[in-house]
Write a protein that binds this ligand. Structure first.
Ligand SMILES: O=C1CC[C@@H](CCC(=O)N2CCC(COc3ccc(F)cc3Cl)CC2)N1
Length: 304
């Protein structure tokens, strides 16, 4: 309990955290949480990791669908995002995102010790999901990756630009580079407009220091991929301009996992789950089918 008389901790939007579902991370920062609990007995836990500059609210439709399949879905806004505390779209160490995800996953596992756990991650949330599963290789029944950040976009990461980013990071780490161009998020302009209008999204420029953390995460994944043996599903659009599809192809081709699937969406943009309606619908169907097929049969079912 906060000491008597202390002002209540409030979200960046001014809402007291005592009025919001939240967890407090290892650095004492409050992370806003969302939960989608099925009516009956849940069959599995699903943690959703959102991408850079967004928050977990836009995953409501996906979570509602998963809930219909008796899955208990949970998520939080990463440090520096949405209704959580922290410097906007910045992080001292990418590992903080993974540590906080494991804290939330462990909390939910303690409440539902017998349920299998899945992770669904999009973009930077895909990188968080991959590195989280790599830290606990035996803990997850499956990982679904929607246009994950696996490799740098070769256009934006030419050796010269990487060299300049590293140089600038030492000189002016708070300097901002370009911001995420929302027109590349989706071919559905209503989705682009919703993203641009969502005040919980960060629309400022990307700090050089944040870009460096993303690069470090990309380098970590490159080292980890040859030892990935957990089950995963990759969904990626081949017209994605924000996270190059070559990263997903490389992960699919180079991981030793015997249970891996990649589905390419011809012409698909970055946020596939918010792309044209037929694509968004297909993505929901693919991921709900893959997850439900990957729920291990319980001993009671086997006993029947
Ligand atoms: O629906 C939605 C709304 C938000 C979006 C998710 C966005 C997201 O998470 N991205 C896309 C941009 C990508 C830039 O990458 C870098 C930039 C500089 C750098 F120096 C090194 C890297 Cl790697 C990182 C991952 N999806």
């Amino acid at each position: 309990m906060p000491e008597p008389g202390a002002a209540p901790r409030r979200s960046p939007q001014g809402v007291p955290y005592s009025d919001l579902p939240h967890i407090v991370n290892a650095d004492g920062l409050h992370l806003f949480c969302r939960y989608w609990e099925p009516a009956g007995q849940p069959r599995a836990l699903v943690f959703i990791a959102h991408g850079a500059g967004e928050h977990c609210g836009p995953y409501d439709e996906m979570a509602q669908k998963l809930k219909e399949f008796s899955l208990l879905v949970f998520a939080h806004d990463h440090v520096g995002h949405g209704q959580s505390e922290g410097d906007r779209m910045n992080i001292k160490d990418f590992q903080i995102y993974i540590r906080d995800s494991l804290q939330h996953i462990d909390l939910m596992k303690s409440r539902h010790p017998d349920l299998p756990v899945f992770i669904v991650g999009h973009s930077m949330g895909g990188a968080i999901s991959i590195l989280t599963a790599c830290e606990r290789p035996g803990d997850f029944a499956g990982v679904v990756l929607i246009a994950p950040l696996v490799q740098m976009n070769p256009e934006s990461a030419t050796p010269f630009k990487v060299f300049m980013a590293k140089l600038l990071n030492h000189m002016v780490p708070s300097l901002t580079m370009g911001s995420i161009e929302s027109k590349w998020l989706s071919r559905d302009k209503r989705q682009v407009e919703a993203y641009d209008a969502d005040e919980l999204n960060y629309h400022g420029g990307m700090r050089v220091s944040f870009g460096m953390q993303l690069m470090a995460a990309v380098e970590r994944m490159e080292r980890e991929i040859p030892s990935i043996s957990w089950p995963f599903l990759l969904l990626h659009g081949d017209a994605d301009k924000l996270c190059d599809i070559r990263g997903s192809r490389m992960m699919h081709d180079n991981s030793p996992s015997t249970d891996k699937k990649i589905k390419i969406y011809e012409g698909g943009y970055h946020a596939l789950h918010h792309d044209l309606p037929e694509v968004a619908e297909s993505v929901l169907k693919e991921l709900t089918t893959w997850i439900t097929e990957h729920i291990p049969a319980t001993t009671s079912q086997e006993a029947q």
